[in-house]
Design a protein around this ligand. Structure first.
Ligand SMILES: [Fe+2]
Ligand SMILES: [Fe+2]
Length: 441
C-alpha cells in the first residue's frame, strides 16, 4: 500500500517536472542570447570601452574603502572594470567545471530511465552555451588585464587570480579522507550508471578540471582528491546526479546576486539611450541565458530527485557533504574589498600588491603596504555594503535549502555561510593575514 502511494507520488512528480523542463528547453532554443554574446565577444577591444562604467560604481573593486575615496576618476573606472573581470573569471572557472558535470550527470540519469533523453539534449545545449560564455569572459579578461596592468601581469598567475593559496589545506581533511576510502568501495558496482565520458575522463584524471570555480571552490582551499570525490559520485548515482543540480542552483543564485544589478544597469543605459559598454551587454545577455539554466537547476535540484528511488544513507551523506563543501569553499566569510565575494580578503593581498604597484596606482612597495593595511584591517563602508549583499544571498539560499528534505540543519539553514557574515570576524582574519604577510617581507 505504502509502495503504491509512493510510486503514484513519484509518477506525479515526473509528470510535473519533465514538461516544465521541456518548455524551458524550447524557450532556450528559441532565444538568441548566446549568439548576441558571441557577436559582442568578437567586437570587444578595451580602448573603445574604457571610458565608461561597466556596472554601477558600487560594483567596483575597493568600493567603500578609504583608498576609493582618494582615487581619481580614471582609477575608479579601472577598479570598476577590474571587478567585472575578477567576478567573471570566477564565473568562467565555474562553467568550465560544470560542463563535465552536466554531461556525466545527464548520462547517469539516462541510465536510470531512457525517457530522460530530452534532459541529455537540454544539458548538452546548456554546455554548448557555456563554452561561448567562457570564451567571451576569458577574452575580455585577457584584453583588460593586458591594457590595465600590463603584459607582465599575465605571466605567472594572471593578475585576476588571487593567490596565497595552499592547495594542501583541506577544510575537512579528516572527514574527507574517511569518505574517500568508503567512496572507492561504494563506487564499485555502479558501472551501469557511469557513462563512457565518465570512464574516459576518470582514466585521464580529467573528471575535475584544475580551476577555481564554485564547484572546486573559489577560495582554492580544497584538495584535488576532494574535488574529484563529488563528481565521481554525481556521475554514479541518479539521486546524487540530481543533488549536483542543487549545488548548481546555489552557484546560479550566487551569480544572480552580482549579475542582476548589471542587468538593471544595462536597462537604465538603454532607456536613457546612453552608450552601453560591451561587457555590460554581455552581462545582460548572460543573465538572460542563465535564467534558463537556473530553471533547469531548480527543477532538477529541488523536485526531480523526488521522482527517483529513495536515497541510501551513503547517498544522503554525500549529498550533504556536497552542499557543505559549497558553503565552506565559497561562502565562508565577508570581503571588504570585493563586492559579492564571500571569502577571506587575506588571499587577495599579493594581488593588491601587484595592482597598487601597477600603472593604475603606481605606488611604491611601502605605499602599497600602507594602503593594504588601511583597506583590510579597519572598518569601512565596503564591509557594510557587502554585508547587505551577503544577507540577500543567504536569504535566497535558505529559501531554497529548506525545501530539500535530505539536508542536515547545517545545510538547510546555511549555518556556515551565516557564521561568515560578520564584519568583526572579517577584520580579525584580515589582521592575522596582514601580519603574516608583513612578517614575511
Ligand atoms: Fe554561463
Ligand atoms: Fe549556466
Amino acid at each position: 500500500m505504502v509502495n503504491t502511494s509512493s510510486n503514484t507520488l513519484q509518477r506525479s512528480q515526473v509528470n510535473k517536472v519533465i514538461p516544465i523542463l521541456e518548455k524551458n528547453y524550447g524557450n532556450n532554443l528559441d532565444s538568441d542570447y548566446t549568439e548576441k554574446i558571441e557577436e559582442l565577444d568578437k567586437n570587444f577591444n578595451y580602448s573603445s570601452n574604457s571610458h565608461a562604467y561597466w556596472s554601477e560604481p558600487e560594483n567596483s573593486l575597493l568600493y567603500g574603502t578609504p583608498l576609493y575615496e582618494k582615487a581619481s576618476e580614471t582609477q575608479k573606472l579601472a577598479l570598476n572594470h577590474l571587478h567585472w573581470i575578477i567576478f567573471y573569471k570566477g564565473v568562467a572557472d565555474s562553467e568550465i567545471e560544470l560542463i563535465n558535470y552536466n554531461t556525466i550527470t545527464a548520462d547517469c540519469l539516462m541510465a536510470e530511465n531512457n525517457d530522460y533523453e530530452m534532459l541529455v539534449k537540454l544539458l548538452a545545449n546548456e554546455s554548448f552555451q557555456e563554452r561561448k560564455h567562457i570564451h567571451a569572459f576569458c577574452q575580455i579578461n585577457y584584453l583588460t588585464i593586458k591594457a590595465l596592468l600590463g603584459k607582465k601581469a599575465l605571466i605567472n598567475s594572471g593578475a585576476d587570480k588571487f593567490s596565497c593559496q595552499d592547495k594542501n589545506i583541506s577544510v575537512f581533511p579528516d572527514i574527507f579522507s574517511v569518505v574517500n576510502s568508503i567512496s572507492n568501495i561504494m563506487l564499485k558496482g555502479r558501472e551501469k550508471y557511469q557513462s563512457q565520458n565518465f570512464r574516459d575522463w576518470n582514466k585521464e584524471g580529467k573528471i575535475a578540471p584544475s580551476t577555481q570555480g564554485f564547484f572546486n571552490g573559489f577560495s582554492g582551499k580544497s584538495t584535488k582528491s576532494i574535488q574529484e570525490l563529488l563528481p565521481l559520485n554525481w556521475g554514479s548515482y541518479p539521486f546524487l546526479a540530481a543533488n549536483f543540480y542543487a549545488v548548481r542552483y546555489m552557484a546560479n543564485l550566487a551569480l544572480k546576486n552580482n549579475e542582476f544589478p548589471i542587468h538593471n544597469y544595462f536597462r537604465k543605459l538603454q532607456k536613457a539611450q546612453e552608450f552601453i559598454p560591451i561587457p555590460t551587454a554581455i552581462s545582460h545577455y548572460h543573465f538572460l541565458d542563465e535564467a534558463f539554466h537556473t530553471t533547469t537547476s531548480l527543477f532538477l535540484g529541488r523536485d526531480f530527485y523526488k521522482t527517483l528511488p529513495k536515497p541510501s544513507i551513503y547517498e544522503k551523506v554525500m549529498a550533504n557533504l556536497a552542499v557543505l563543501q559549497a558553503q565552506r569553499n565559497n561562502l565562508i566569510a565577508l570581503s571588504g574589498i570585493v563586492p559579492n565575494r564571500f571569502y577571506n580578503d587575506g588571499e587577495a593581498i599579493s594581488f593588491l600588491m601587484k595592482l597598487f604597484q601597477s600603472p593604475v596606482f603606481d605606488m611604491s612597495a611601502k605605499e602599497a603596504i600602507f594602503w593594504i593595511e588601511k583597506c583590510l584591517c579597519h572598518e569601512h563602508d565596503g564591509f557594510h555594503i557587502n554585508l547587505k549583499s551577503h544577507a540577500r544571498l543567504l536569504s535566497d539560499l535558505r529559501k531554497f535549502a529548506e525545501q530539500l528534505d535530505y539536508l542536515w540543519p547545517v545545510n538547510r539553514e546555511m549555518r556556515v555561510m551565516a557564521s561568515g557574515g560578520s564584519i568583526q570576524k572579517a577584520i580579525k582574519n584580515n589582521i592575522k593575514a596582514f601580519s603574516k604577510f608583513a612578517q614575511a617581507l
